[in-house]
Design a protein around this ligand. Structure first.
Ligand SMILES: Nc1ncnc2c1ncn2[C@@H]1O[C@H](COP(=O)(O)OP(=O)(O)OP(=O)(O)O)[C@@H](O)[C@H]1O
Length: 598
């Protein structure tokens, strides 16, 4: 079987891109940087030596060309090896993005309803992938920089200490002090993370919502432009204030560092001039030491900065690996003997949404015998959609058990369970693929089945008008020649998708909301055909449309309060009968009014 790209990326990460692995590229970079640092300090010293020794002009030119040539060569090799290392970093970053998405897209549905999980995920992505001072994916590059700085620092310190023992100590202490001041500033930035995240989330919400195509109408009609501008302006002001605070702190930290460096320079250059004038070193050695002193401060700063960033990156990376990388999935064995048609049974089921104060469904009990068509009615927010989500295993009951033919659904593997349902939801969701792919989804192509689904859903006429028929792409956001279907056409496509899926349990959640009267009638006929021999749940607010069901359930207060055929419930004269009468009176009035008009 071909590996999925995510699986092979995981494999690559685990096997090939271990952050602690020192590769040939790292060693190459180290050698080049060491040579660059030493050459930068040694070239002036060699030239001074040549001048002092009265070398001939030919020798002098030869020496100069040789040294510059060596420097140029390193100048070519270094960027190439650095670029190779950056490519590795990009690969790690890609892997992290893919695995973060995989966990979000394929992980439990219920988790994405939790605001904490969504925030946490954003934080992981922001700081492990896009973090600017220390992203988790930068570990490889930071390790290389850390290795370079440490090696160069040791060589420089030993060389300088050979001539004046205290010079490396002063240089390192000054760099350490300046770095400590900058560290304080960085700690402050990190302490503000939660606040900055909130600010950026709000900014992106406001700007995304203003640019959202579907919001365009309402923004104009309700004159919401000034509100957007006001909110955005307020958020930008908040950011400006925050940046000003950061600017002040950075300035203070840098001023402190500059002061420390001035003291360092006074001490070290004074010391060097002292040993030169006292004849302890030659002019050439003095020039060399002078060059090395400049480098030692730089390397110490690089070492300390990289060290602290590396700590943060490593922490981000391991947090990411622990929480964002889903464990490799073990293929679950399908439950044997789970065969349609299905009897659905809810046994004392209770469900509460995360952070909700009360359960939506409370101690809910009902049975739908195999092959029966049930219409589920109830007021807005009664919990009808929630009930279907529990049945499909997308939400897990807090208490109680749901059975398919007396098999508890919690024991059925996700893939096997999901394959038993053909849902049609109120909100149509189209993917940026062709019309055909949008109907067939993950099932293999079957031309006859496709034609049947198109014909029965009433979509065949629309397809005939499309530029590329069933091969037409369904969004102009991803494809230039893609088309955007109308609301009603999208809903028909959802029905075609369910028809093609031909699963044993049909779930129709307000599927006719966007349809015109004729299309709605056609759809009912399609549902009748679809539901034959299947267990089905049909949710609708149009009471008249529920008459075709074998049984009607009225969901109220988290429980099925009334159940029976339309005639039985009307005879009962309970809540269902009242709802039906309110609606039919309304239609009656409309008809009378229309009759008056015509
Ligand atoms: N993701 C969610 N998080 C928290 N509460 C939710 C969530 N989804 C739905 N609810 C709440 O659960 C209750 C039931 O919602 P549900 O969508 O199941 O009702 P419904 O009967 O299908 O309503 P409608 O007829 O309006 O479609 C509502 O009060 C709703 O606010």
């Amino acid at each position: 079987m071909r590996k999925k790209p995510t699986e092979s990326l995981m494999h690559w990460y685990r096997q090939e891109a271990k952050p602690m692995r020192f590769t040939g590229q790292m060693i190459m970079i180290l050698l080049c940087q060491l040579a660059t640092t030493l050459l930068a300090a040694a070239i002036p010293a060699w030239l001074v030596q040549a001048l002092v020794a009265h070398t001939t002009i030919n020798h002098f030119v030869l020496l100069l060309v040789g040294l510059i040539g060596a420097q140029t060569l390193i100048g070519w090799v270094l960027p190439v090896t650095n670029a190779m290392l950056l490519i590795r970093q990009m690969l790690v970053r890609t892997l992290m993005i893919v695995s973060a998405q995989q966990d979000y897209i394929e992980g439990p549905y219920e988790r994405i309803l939790e605001p904490e999980y969504r925030e946490h995920r954003q934080r992981l992505i922001a700081y492990a992938i896009y973090g600017d001072d220390a992203a988790g994916s930068k570990v490889i590059v930071q390790e290389s920089a850390l290795l370079n700085a440490a090696a160069i620092l040791i060589i420089l310190s030993v060389t300088l200490a050979y001539y004046v023992w205290w010079i490396p100590i002063v240089a390192i202490a000054a760099a350490w002090g300046a770095n400590a001041l900058m560290q304080g500033y960085r700690r402050y930035i990190r302490a503000q993370r939660a606040q900055t995240e909130q600010m950026w989330n709000q900014q992106s919400y406001i700007s995304n919502s203003a640019y959202e195509e579907k919001n365009g109408k309402d923004i104009r009609l309700y004159h919401m432009g000034p509100w957007y501008q006001h909110r955005y302006h307020a958020l930008m002001q908040q950011e400006l204030q925050f940046r000003k605070q950061l600017g002040h702190r950075e300035l203070l930290a840098k001023l402190g560092g500059t002061w420390l460096n001035a003291v360092r320079d006074l001490l070290i250059y004074g010391g060097l001039i002292y040993i030169l004038f006292n004849g302890h070193v030659s002019l050439a050695v003095f020039t060399l030491l002078f060059g090395l002193v400049g480098q030692i401060g730089q390397q110490m700063t690089a070492l300390l900065t990289n060290w602290s960033e590396w700590q943060v990156s490593k922490r981000d990376l391991s947090e990411f690996a622990e929480q964002a990388m889903p464990p490799a999935k073990v293929a679950e064995q399908p439950v044997p003997g789970l065969t349609p048609p299905y009897t659905i049974r809810f046994d004392h089921v209770t469900y509460t949404y995360p952070h909700a104060k009360k359960p939506v469904l409370k101690d809910l009990n009902f049975t739908i015998p195999a092959g029966q068509k049930v219409a589920l009615v109830g007021l807005n927010g009664a919990g009808k959609t929630t009930l279907t989500m529990l049945l499909m295993g997308l939400l897990k009951p807090e208490q109680g058990t749901i059975y398919l033919n007396e098999v508890p659904i919690r024991t059925v593997p996700d893939l096997q369970l999901r394959a038993q349902f053909a849902p049609v939801f109120q909100d149509a969701l189209l993917f940026g693929r062709t019309l055909q792919e949008n109907i067939e989804m993950d099932l293999p192509h079957d031309a006859k089945r496709l034609q049947h689904a198109l014909a029965l859903s009433g979509l065949a006429d629309t397809v005939a008008q499309l530029p590329h028929g069933v091969a037409t792409q369904l969004t102009d956001k991803l494809h230039k020649d893609g088309v955007n279907l109308s609301g009603g056409q999208q809903q028909k496509l959802m029905v075609a998708r369910a028809l093609y899926r031909d699963a044993p349990i049909l779930i129709l959640d307000e599927p006719t909301a966007a349809l015109d009267a004729i299309a709605e009638r056609e759809q009912y006929q399609a549902y009748q055909a679809m539901a034959t021999g299947k267990t089905s749940i049909f949710i609708s607010h149009r009471m008249a449309s529920t008459k075709f069901a074998d049984k009607i359930f009225l969901l109220q207060g988290g429980q099925i309060n009334e159940a029976g055929t339309h005639a039985e419930l009307m005879a009962q004269n309970g809540a269902y009968a009242k709802l039906y009468q309110v609606q039919s009176q309304y239609y009656q009035k409309e008809v009378t009014h229309d009759e008056e008009i015509f």
